[in-house]
Design a protein around this ligand. Structure first.
Ligand SMILES: [Zn+2]
Length: 269
């Protein structure tokens, strides 16, 4: 991949604004558990504002993947994200992973989410599925809904085009997600509460590696998890670390995807 303006790699800070949608999708009875819900409601109430403040301080434009239901339940959070100049992208409607939905259900939920977010942001081009667990129908449905990129697959370090499709993939991986490092929940056996310095070492080493390979560094965070004070400080250190490489293009996923699409089709010609 050739990157614009003489850059050697790209980087994007991304946030999945799940709020309570992931709890309701797993167990609708969660709505009767205010203590449990409060863990998720930290996301719009405190996490998003602290993260927006940190991004503004470092002059970084990020991509926020938002379930349609989050946008309906927390419209002020979504307005604040848009007003901050950040990109909005789709993260399902109910936070149900597509592999658990029929084609009809997946299609209906995707179109609903695209409509809700388009009304907020004007234009939407990207999609990240809940839990990065897409179905065989997902890529076709993205095209049908006019979306141009996916950020769901773990099989590369550099953007690529899916076979026979227009959709550009911006590859991600659990190593660059805050949840496996920090996302502890009662009763769950996944994740644990780690020291931020340990995670910083993992994330900066992976950044150095992806830059050396000329790839795209997509960091995935959740305001519920990374909106805690110690982790906002980690986010700030990561923004400093990435900014110290002035040969790395720091931008939104939409910008990276648009560039990649032009570059990949130019290579084909
Ligand atoms: Zn999510």
């Amino acid at each position: 991949m050739r990157w614009p303006h003489g850059k050697v790699a790209a980087a994007s800070f991304t946030f999945d604004v799940d709020a309570e949608t992931y709890l309701l999708a797993t167990d609708p009875d969660s709505k009767n558990r205010p203590g449990l819900l409060s863990q998720a409601l930290y996301d719009p109430k405190v996490g998003v504002p602290l993260i927006l403040e940190a991004l503004a301080k470092h002059d970084v434009k990020a991509t926020f993947f938002v379930p349609g239901l989050t946008a309906e339940l927390h419209p002020d959070s979504v307005s604040a994200i848009v007003q901050g100049g950040h990109e909005l992208a789709v993260h399902g409607y109910t936070h149900t992973p597509p592999h658990l939905l029929s084609l009809e259900q997946e299609s209906e939920q995707l179109t609903k989410a695209v409509d809700i977010l388009t009304a907020e942001a004007g234009e939407i081009s990207g999609y990240r599925s809940p839990s990065w667990d897409v179905s065989p129908n997902t890529l076709g449905l993205l095209e049908e809904n006019g979306l141009t990129y996916s950020s769901n697959f773990m099989d590369d370090l550099t953007p690529y085009q899916h076979d026979g499709r227009r959709i550009v993939e911006l590859p991600i991986q659990w190593i660059l997600d805050d949840y496996p490092h920090f996302g502890w929940s009662p009763g769950e056996d996944s994740g644990r509460i780690r020291n931020t310095r340990e995670v910083e070492a993992i994330w900066t080493e992976e950044f150095d590696g992806i830059v050396a390979y000329g790839g795209s560094y997509i960091l995935t965070m959740h305001p519920e998890v990374s909106g805690r004070p110690s982790r906002v400080a980690l986010l700030e250190r990561m923004m400093d670390y990435v900014a110290a490489r002035d040969d790395v293009w720091v931008t939104t996923c939409a910008e990276i995807a648009t560039h990649a699409m032009h570059e990949l089709s130019a290579q084909e010609r």
